[in-house]
Design a protein around this ligand. Structure first.
Ligand SMILES: [Zn+2]
Length: 308
């Protein structure tokens, strides 16, 4: 089946040379700082981070503890994830510090519908005016700012500001803004609407496949059971399929919604000690998540046996 395409149109609203100049100046300032890690590995969700280039036209604009990425083009940008409610202003400031304009963001996409990745979306949507594109299960959650019982963590979740301008995209849709092209990979499991994103970024002739792989952790409130197929038919099978799909992705550079889950601050920015490019990273990330899911299912089975 051919993937469908979501095309987001936008006018050219800035000049590229100015952008390159400003972005270069920021990078120089960043490079001039000490060689300690860009952020602590155990940074808090709202600890501020300086923005920095990941690769080519892909920039990190999130906080130290929660990721947000900006993909830039002369025809407009795509923002990936909104982080926490407190992070919205930081993300906007980081975009501006790189010399880009939030008003040139033409589309916002997200990993999953939890407060730590969707909490800033309402503000970011309002300031940029860009639509928030999400897979169908996430749409009503974003519009309401609250999850339902389809979410394994429902009873332990905090709500967030309802998001306006949410548009549904199909599984495996491709979001296009000018020359930018991001594929939406359905990765339900951590949440029903979980989505991973992949695109190609080039730094001159050095082109790399970026993967923004969603959280894959099997974690729930005390009532939800992944093995209870009668309550959520097919969900566990879909979770398994997610893990297999992420493991098999073409993957040069992995970034995750929680930077610590892919050791980002050991791989990127000042003080990095590991290579940013690791073609086995997605496989390793998925295999770890599969082990957590297996452990979780064993615990559920043990609890059932222990209950008369
Ligand atoms: Zn989550």
């Amino acid at each position: 089946m051919k993937p469908c395409t979501t095309l987001v149109r936008g006018a050219l609203a800035f000049t590229l040379p100015l952008l390159a100049l400003q972005a270069g100046a920021v990078e120089e300032r960043v490079a001039a700082t000490a060689s300690s890690p860009h952020c602590a590995a155990d940074a808090g969700w709202n600890d501020p981070a300086r923005p920095l280039r990941v690769h080519g036209n892909t920039w990190y604009v999130g906080t130290c503890g929660i990721s947000a990425l900006l993909l830039t083009s002369p025809q407009g940008h795509v923002l990936v994830d909104g982080a926490t409610p407190q992070a919205g202003a930081q993300i906007l400031a980081n975009i501006r510090a790189l010399g880009f304009k939030p008003e040139d963001v033409r589309a916002i996409v997200l990993s999953h519908e939890h407060v730590d990745h969707a909490g800033g979306l309402a503000e970011l949507q309002r300031v940029t005016g860009a639509p928030v594109l999400a897979r169908a299960p996430a749409v009503p959650i974003l519009q309401r700012g609250a999850s339902d019982r389809s979410d394994p963590q429902l009873l332990s979740l905090k709500g967030f500001a309802p998001v306006a301008g949410v548009k549904a995209i199909a599984d495996d849709d491709v979001v296009r803004v000018g020359p930018l092209s991001l594929a939406a990979i359905p990765t339900p499991g951590h949440t029903p609407g979980g989505t991973s994103w992949t695109w190609r970024s080039c730094d001159a002739k050095d082109c790399r496949q970026l993967v923004y792989a969603d959280s894959l952790t099997a974690i729930s409130d005390k009532h939800y059971r992944y093995a209870d197929d009668a309550s959520h038919p097919g969900y566990l099978a879909a979770f398994r399929q997610t893990l297999a799909r992420v493991a098999g992705l073409e993957c040069d550079i992995l970034v995750t919604p929680h930077p610590s889950a892919s050791r980002l601050w050991s791989r990127l920015g000042t003080g990095a000690t590991e290579p940013l490019v690791d073609t086995a990273a997605c496989r390793g990330y998925a295999h770890k998540a599969a082990a957590v899911l297996d452990k979780r299912l064993a615990e559920e089975a043990a609890n059932v046996e222990a209950t008369p």
